[in-house]
Design a protein around this ligand. Structure first.
Ligand code: NAP
Length: 301
């Protein structure tokens, strides 16, 4: 197997799944900065993608035949706190990598987000104009434009709220909810934020499916639009917990530094029509619950 695939963000929440799935068909080079990917059968390579020099040397030494770019400063709060350094990876590195892919004629999937939209009229289609409310969303929207300007044949895949299990310290929203409910502790969940959540396994499958097989924007959302509160109720029900542990709250009860995002659900019919078949929300949650509870048993949490 000598088809070389470069996966950036390989030590991250999504990157872990991407590497696990891609290694079946590709020789995977998983790029990381601080967290070495915990996936066997791939080549882990350390590189600071924010350094143009390091990125060029990496590309030159691996000479990938395809690239999935999942690295980012992905926490909105981190982008708000440090917009300059997040800009370097979220925007500049994305554009630079797209330029290298264009010069080599190599397929690229660039991973983007539902948060490029402002949330007043979801579900959003691919051709709805982005209008982000957060620093993170603005950086991701800028990156989309830059990537497609550099490499018009790239696929820019917008993902929704992701959930799933991942090893290490990559705790995420759903794993935290499961851990709290398992301990009999209440969880506050927004009734007024709507997303089209997707499990990371389906997300990785979708990204690899459209690698080299799609040009331009594509929405890879889950099959349903739900509020975070309804998702919390589903998790409680699948775990056999009391629904009373799921507390309905509104975003205005938790004022933040940035405007709240109400409904950034994605209309993913184009991907569904092209054969993308994500797990159902219940299937994805069931698997996440099982994996999270097993990990809690292993670590004695
Ligand atoms: N999680 C979600 O709900 C969600 C939803 C929609 C879209 N997305 C998008 O999906 C992608 C993956 O997100 P995620 O949740 O997997 O995030 P994550 O767990 O934070 O992973 C991001 C990865 O980017 C890497 N990275 C950051 N700066 C870097 C740099 N300068 N050089 C090299 N690598 C660097 C990090 O590497 P190290 O860990 O090694 O430092 C990290 O592994 C991102 O593009 C994000 O915007 C995520």
């Amino acid at each position: 197997m000598d088809r070389r695939l470069l996966v950036t963000g390989a030590g991250g929440f999504l990157g872990w799944q991407l590497c696990r799935q891609a290694r079946k068909k590709w020789r995977v080079f998983g790029i990381y900065l601080r967290n070495r990917p915990q996936v066997s059968g791939i080549v882990a390579v350390k590189c600071d993608l924010a350094s143009g020099r390091e990125l060029e040397a990496l590309f030159e030494s691996i000479r990938p035949q395809a690239v999935v770019h999942a690295a980012a400063v992905s926490r909105p709060a981190s982008c708000r706190r440090d917009p300059d350094s997040s800009f370097k990876i979220n925007v500049e590195a994305a554009g630079h990598l797209a330029g290298l892919c264009a010069a080599a004629g190599v397929p690229l999937v660039h991973v983007s987000t539902d948060l490029v939209f402002e949330g007043s009229k979801g579900p959003y289609k691919e051709d709805d104009p982005p209008c982000p409310l957060t620093v993170y969303g603005r950086q991701k929207a800028l990156a989309e434009n830059l990537v497609l300007r550099q490499w018009p044949r790239a696929a820019v895949c917008r993902l929704p709220l992701l959930f799933g299990w991942a090893p290490g310290k990559r705790a995420n929203f759903t794993m935290e909810v499961i851990e709290r409910l398992a301990g009999g502790r209440p969880v506050p969940m927004f009734v007024d934020q709507y997303r089209s959540p997707l499990d990371t396994k389906s997300a990785a499958r979708g990204l690899l499916k459209f690698l080299g097989a799609w040009q331009g924007h594509l929405h890879l959302g889950g099959e349903v639009r739900v509020s975070r509160y309804r998702m919390g109720l589903m998790i409680a029900s699948l775990m056999g917990c009391s629904p009373d542990l799921v507390n309905p709250v509104r975003m205005e009860d938790f004022p933040g530094a940035e405007k709240p995002v109400f409904d950034v659900s994605l209309d993913s019919r184009a991907a569904f029509n092209a054969g993308f078949r994500p797990a159902t929300l219940a299937e994805g949650l069931r698997e996440t619950i099982d994996a999270t509870l097993e990990a809690m048993e292993r670590t004695g949490k």
